[in-house]
Design a binder for this molecule. Structure first.
Ligand SMILES: CC(C)(COP(=O)(O)OP(=O)(O)OC[C@H]1O[C@@H](n2cnc3c(N)ncnc32)[C@H](O)[C@@H]1OP(=O)(O)O)[C@@H](O)C(=O)NCCC(=O)NCCS
Length: 154
């Protein structure tokens, strides 16, 4: 891992403003800070957890959060600050997250998001369905979504 970045650590509610700021840089339909904060108000109630990688400058470089309900995990959102993309942060975050998930994992990804789809494929995710007009994006290639799943290793 690049020495400019920390090892992944667990996210807390204090990280909500930084997560919202990165989301704003990455998505046209970014989540408000309140949504991140609410998720980590009582994470044990709704099974939410996540990891962040910090930059040595002190800011969060990227994060991933998800939720386990019964026997299925959903990756809720996953983003790396564009200034730090392409340096291995996303891969280490996803690997750390999946190591912590004991069950099948589901996610949605824009059909035009080739970087994320490539990354998910390398961890064994497969496309199982599509959702039309799932995202509110000005880019027509980023409106439809694939549903991808990763089964538990037997
Ligand atoms: C998807 C995302 C989280 C990946 O994070 P990252 O730190 O850039 O990823 P990494 O540097 O660890 O690279 C992971 C893989 O993606 C590939 N990749 C990264 N950027 C890419 C790009 N622009 N085009 C194609 N592949 C790309 C890398 O080549 C790497 O694959 P490899 O290891 O086989 O070479 C990041 O691009 C991002 O935040 N994008 C915007 C938000 C987003 O799309 N989130 C996912 C929503 S489902």
């Amino acid at each position: 891992m690049n020495p400019l970045f920390s090892a992944p650590r667990l996210i807390t509610q204090c990280d909500a403003p930084a997560m919202a700021a990165i989301h704003q840089l990455c998505f046209p339909d970014a989540w408000p800070v309140e949504l991140f904060s609410d998720y980590f108000d009582k994470p044990e109630w709704i099974g939410v957890f996540g990891f962040a990688v910090d930059h040595t400058a002190g800011s969060i470089a990227g994060f991933i959060i998800g939720r386990t309900t019964y026997d299925t995990n959903d990756i809720l959102t996953f983003a790396v600050n564009p200034a730090y993309q392409g340096q291995g942060v996303g891969r280490i975050l996803l690997e750390t997250y999946l190591d912590a998930v004991p069950c099948a994992c589901l996610l949605e990804v824009a059909t035009g998001n080739t970087a994320a789809i490539h990354l998910y494929n390398t961890f064994g995710f497969e496309i199982i369905a599509s959702r039309h007009d799932y995202y509110d994006s000005p880019d027509p290639d980023m409106r439809d979504a694939y549903v991808m799943t990763r089964r538990v290793a037997s």
